[in-house]
Design a protein around this ligand. Structure first.
Ligand SMILES: [Zn+2]
Length: 466
């Protein structure tokens, strides 16, 4: 094969478009070799800061392809056109358009009218070329996400209906929202039917948002027959999933808020299940944690979040008054352990346990648990809810008996934590459960001194006594 000498006359020039902040500030005239514009250096308002340094963004096209005359380059249209052809060809480069859109979404470009229209233009080009994320982003823009591009529900829907997005759960839930609340000019029955189908499909594809939206339909009897129990069941059955995703992956913050908010109300008023003030309070405290969490993925809509927050704070106050509770630092006792882990809280990853002291006379046990995954600690009595990292020293009382196995006290889960008999259990790779520490509480504090100790070894019989 014949070797060709690759001569690039503009290579030197191109370097001046990168890390050029000082050069641009010193310049009078600037030019862009993406869109061929020539403009005053004073009109450069956006800068791209990355590993290469700080580079000027073209005020016309949003690309990081700006040359300033302080570089000594003679800037004219012909030069810019030649360079543009050399680096981007005759067509608009999809790669460049994509880079712009990502920068725009990352808020690295000022959200001006001009820049938003550029964003729209580039998204359209990308969507036409079969780019699924761009198609979804374009629909979001027409759903009213932008500041300047006009909200247009039918247009938003037309992009969501693209085959590119047929199994995209965000697109499906967005579509459902348009069918239920949008301005599409459809018959209501027809729109609701389609909205319901979108949600069913999205929930089958694993969308937790679709689950709580479906629950809302059953709760209110919209399109479907009202079914309070089923509305509750949908939330309850998916709760562990929602909890783990937020607590241990720090994702799904909004789903976590929405599930806990709804369940908090359900337990408070006994909708489709029994009233339970403790469970209600736990859910509301967890909602407040979600609201205070700085999520970057799936963040909470600030407007909606504000309304929910006000409502939850009111509910928490009313419940706290009714239950005679006030704010306090968490106390790491068995109640807090129960509030934190018993009801969809445990992560089932290995945790190391170490007994610090055990005083049988006083019925007091101290032990440290080393958490690899930072857990959420909930102490309802102190209205406390937060992430607590590292090792936690637990001080349990009212204990009749403690038995530990010798050697390694690694456990994955606690069995029967609502009863007076708790088993910290190691699950072997084969799935066999081995108790590493068993605790028996005095069921009745009054009988503290008289109760016979550790007679109940058959753990199976315990559950029925509840
Ligand atoms: Zn430009």
């Amino acid at each position: 094969m014949k070797k060709t000498l690759n001569v690039d006359p503009y290579k030197e020039y191109r370097l001046h478009s990168v890390d050029n902040e000082i050069e641009i500030v010193k310049s009078q005239r600037c030019g862009c070799y993406f869109c061929h514009s020539i403009f005053s250096a004073r009109s450069v308002k956006d800068w791209l800061s990355d590993e290469r340094g700080v580079s000027a963004i073209c005020p016309e096209c949003g690309m990081d392809t700006v040359l300033g005359d302080a570089s000594g380059i003679q800037i004219d249209k012909q030069l810019l056109k030649n360079m543009s052809k050399q680096y981007f060809g005759d067509e608009v480069s999809f790669e460049a358009a994509r880079a712009y859109c990502i920068r725009y979404l990352d808020s690295k470009i000022n959200k001006t009218k001009h820049n938003e229209y550029l964003y729209e233009e580039y998204l359209k080009k990308l969507a036409l070329s079969g780019d699924a994320p761009a198609t979804l982003a374009l629909s979001k823009l027409y759903q009213g996400e932008g500041s300047f591009v006009k909200e247009d529900d039918p247009k938003a829907l037309s992009y969501l209906e693209s085959p590119l997005l047929s199994t995209n759960t965000v697109a499906l839930t967005d579509m459902a929202a348009l069918y239920f609340h949008g301005d599409l000019g459809l018959e209501q029955a027809e729109a609701y039917k389609k909205g319901f189908e979108c949600l069913t499909k999205a929930s089958a594809l694993g969308s937790l948002k679709a689950v709580y939206l479906l629950s809302d339909l059953y709760l209110q009897g919209i399109y479907v027959e009202k079914d309070l129990y089923f509305a509750y069941k949908l939330l309850d059955e998916n709760y562990k999933d929602v909890y783990d995703t937020f607590a241990y992956e720090r994702k799904g913050c909004n789903d976590f808020l929405q599930f806990n908010y709804r369940l908090g109300k359900i337990y408070e008023y006994g909708v489709g299940t029994d009233k339970d003030q403790m469970k209600s309070m736990r859910c509301f405290l967890l909602s407040l944690l979600a609201l205070s969490y700085p999520a970057t993925v799936d963040p909470i809509d600030p407007e909606a979040g504000k309304i929910i927050k006000e409502d939850i704070e009111k509910e928490v106050k009313a419940l706290a008054d009714a239950m005679h509770l006030s704010n306090a630092s968490p106390i790491y006792d068995q109640d807090t352990y129960f509030d934190s882990f018993a009801d969809a809280g445990e992560d089932y990853s290995p945790k190391t346990l170490k007994v610090v002291s055990w005083n049988k006379e006083e019925g007091k046990l101290s032990f440290d648990v080393d958490y690899k995954l930072t857990p959420i600690i909930v102490d309802i009595a102190g209205l406390y809810c937060g992430f607590v990292s590292g090792s936690i020293r637990w001080d349990f009382d009212h204990i009749a008996e403690v038995k530990t196995s010798t050697g390694d006290l690694t456990f994955e889960k606690v069995n029967n934590p609502s009863d007076e008999f708790w088993e910290f259990t190691h699950v072997t790779p084969e799935g066999e459960e081995v108790v590493v520490m068993a605790i028996q509480f005095y069921s009745d504090p009054v009988k503290f001194k008289e109760l016979p100790i550790a007679q109940r070894k058959e753990k199976k019989s315990k559950k029925e006594g509840k």
